[in-house]
Design a protein around this ligand. Sequence first.
Ligand code: WTA
Length: 661
Amino acid sequence: MAVNKLATGRDKAGEKATLQLSKDIKGEGIMSEEKKLTGEVFYPSEAVITRAHAKNWEEICEEAEEDLEGFWAKEANELHWFKKWDKVLDDSQKPFYKWFTGAKTNIVYNCLDRHTQTYRRNKLALIWEGENGEFRSFSYFALRRDTCRFASILKSLGVQKGDRVTIYMGRIPELVIAMLACARIGAIHSVVYGGFSVEALHERLEDSQSKVLVVADGSYQRGKIVHLKQIADEALQRAATVESVLVVKRTGEEVNMEAGRDMWYHELMNLPIAGTTCHIEVMDAEDPLFILYTSGTTGKPKAILHTHGGYMVGVYSTLKYVFDVHEEDRYWCSADPGWITGHSYIVYGPLLNGTTSFMYEGAPTHPFPNRWWQMIEKYGINLLYTAPTAIRGLMRYGEAWPNRYDLSSLRILGSVGEPINPEAWKWYYRVIGKERCPIMDTWWQTETGMFMITPVPTMPLKPGSGTRPFAGLKMDVVNEGGEPVGPNEEGYLVIKNPWPAMIRTIYKDPGRYVEQYWSRFPGMYMTGDSARKDEDGYFWVIGRVDDVIKVSGYRLGTAEIESALVSHPAVAEAAAIGLPHEVKGNAIYSYVMLKSGFEKSDQLAEELRQHVGHEMGPIAKPEKVEFVDSLPKTRSGKIMRRVLKAKALGQDPGNISTLEE
Ligand code: WTA
């Protein structure tokens, strides 16, 4: 490949970089002359390129463009199927696309059983370190065994194919085991992030109509205990469908165990019914694997539904090419399994690839800001996937912390969750990756299931750009009318063709699925992000254009924060917006109108912050609560958050002709 010849290491800042491409970077036909890449460009090293799965990426993309189904069939053929598909893509009922129709599989078979039949049986699947320094590890054999045992327990409690099971824990191995156990027997898991609180959990239990809740007694965060079981008890008082609560002992604190409903995980796992040879449910490729709630433009969080077949192929293939996973690698994704990044790239992707994954329970800076670097050295991590907010947070403590450790095992770095500012990118590249490790800035969403705009390690990189869409994907930036905009013009980021790990529907609400994603621009999936595409065809994602706020990479909806505020007896109306924040990316600011009879005070503002923390979770706590006498609204009564934001930033609010007063 042409890139090889020119792989010269780091390019000088500001200089025009040159690159011989066999194909126009925009995918518009063969180009033989030299293509100049604009801006600051970083090239992969020869060492990275020679062993990369994506060595011939240009050709792979070309082939996928010509034969989309052929590309995905080839990827799917690397996995096990009880029965192969009749059709790779069925688009007869757009936008309800189906993948690998007629095929039979189970994602867990490919995550565990496929490996335990080979030399990988004794390979480590999962290495775990607790915030308090505890250590545990699981071979593929052990992870399969414990998954089977827990699956047997779920079955004996009456959980059947299609039933929903909610999982609410910190980052501990039992969370992974519970997810895999559900999938093994065909139950649909719904993981609720352990940083969420009472109302967020209640809403998700209620909407999913879960029969079983798997919860931990508590979790460790920055040396403190989060009382998960206690929060769950409160949520359960508001939710009626849960019949059994299975409690994992993590902190050993005293918890309330309700007779007839609550049972200890460790006691159940030692019962004879916890068989180690639990039968695996043969699933249709299109059968649901999980639902995961995420915030949208309006109202309640929606349950995004993913399936066994297409999702499996998508996450397997993307992780393989993008993080260039090899047999001897140790991979660490620092996300939480409670979010899509954890589902796809802590649990399913690494196991599908048969790799060794590391998982860490706690905060990056606990007890000191050396924690991450120390663990990279200690466990010999090769592939590191994290978020810009974590990088910025660690950057603040200076280079001396990472420089004290041997980080030479690192080969590839990754970033996800929000745009990475070039300053953080360069720090990550220079201080952590020692200018050897390419940074995979992956853009994707809960709904897309897998990486969408992403480099592969063989590509020239520009700090702050996720480069180009993954093989086979057609993505674009369009204007209000749905037409492509010119180079470097800002517009709506859309996806123009289907991909295997795509959202199938919003659980129980197919109408909302169509309306939310496919109605704004006919025939195109609307991402909700704004972006621009530069003259080289590189995408630069700018941020959300809707009422979603990314706080430290976590996806929250203004509507949920506002409804948490309004559930306090003193609040009449509330509005929430995101304002730029140096470390968190965005911080939540809220504006509150009080009911008559309540007095504005600092104490009440603090009480409201705590109330949001209690209902939604600490991540949703507003940075600031400001009391106002009125909120800017349209004549139809919609709060104009745009006006609040402009005012807070001292900017011109733009068109306010629809403002009521
Ligand atoms: C944002 C997280 C810029 C984006 C996997 C998207 C990003 C939302 C990036 C989805 C990135 C994610 N660069 N922005 N590399 N990755 N985003 O569903 O706004 O929690 O729409 O999925 O995160 O958030 P979600």
